[in-house]
Design a protein around this ligand. Structure first.
Ligand SMILES: C[S@@+](CC[C@H](N)C(=O)[O-])C[C@H]1O[C@@H](n2cnc3c(N)ncnc32)[C@H](O)[C@@H]1O
Ligand SMILES: [Zn+2]
Length: 167
């Protein structure tokens, strides 16, 4: 299986996923999400041409651009409703940061809703298995209030996503 730094791509509950090869403390950067910055039109192009997987894998990067992780490990980051990492955007781009201690062998997950703006229509049936699984992953405006508050406190909802909630 593919190994990049401290992570490996391995079979997990939902297909292939990212597995930690070492422990990470809370607040540690687990990995940077590498790839190409593409326009929203380019992502629509993936959908229109039937490349659904590639369209679904793109990370929103700002109001109208996406990060396409094709060929990089970001293409294997699965969603969980009780994730162990969150997306943080800094001057260098997007990264996954541990929001609790992560042990070697654990799957690295994040909550896709934190990168789905109120204007994003995409939804996904969830099979994360968490007791608090939301069953369907929807955009940030549909997050339960307590979850939203917690994610905001952890700093894992980028400002450009929060801005979509105000119209
Ligand atoms: C970025 S890819 C992750 C890699 C993917 N698991 C694979 O095997 O190629 C995202 C896709 O994985 C699947 N996926 C990720 N998290 C999931 C979850 N919690 N429940 C169900 N499917 C999930 C969905 O098909 C989603 O579109
Ligand atoms: Zn879930």
């Amino acid at each position: 299986m593919k190994i990049r730094g401290d992570l490996a791509v391995r079979p997990v509950r939902n297909g292939r996923g990212l597995v930690a090869l070492r422990g990470f403390g809370r607040g540690a950067t687990v990995c940077r999400i590498r790839g190409c910055i593409v326009s929203a039109d380019a992502v629509w192009g993936y959908w229109r041409s039937g490349n659904i997987r590639r369209g679904e894998n793109c990370f929103r990067f700002d109001a109208d651009r996406y990060l396409d992780p094709e060929g990089e490990i970001g293409a294997y980051a699965n969603h969980a409703c009780d994730p162990n990492t969150g997306i943080v955007k800094d001057a260098r781009g997007l990264k996954l940061v541990a929001i609790r201690r992560v042990s070697a062998g654990e799957e690295i997950t994040h909550d896709y809703s934190t990168l789905l703006g109120a204007d994003d229509l995409w939804t996904m049936k969830c099979n994360c298995g968490a007791p608090a699984c939301r069953r369907v992953v929807r955009n940030v405006s549909r997050l339960p209030e307590a979850v939203l508050r917690r994610y905001r406190r952890l700093g894992i909802i980028p400002a450009f996503i929060l801005a979509t909630r105000n119209g």
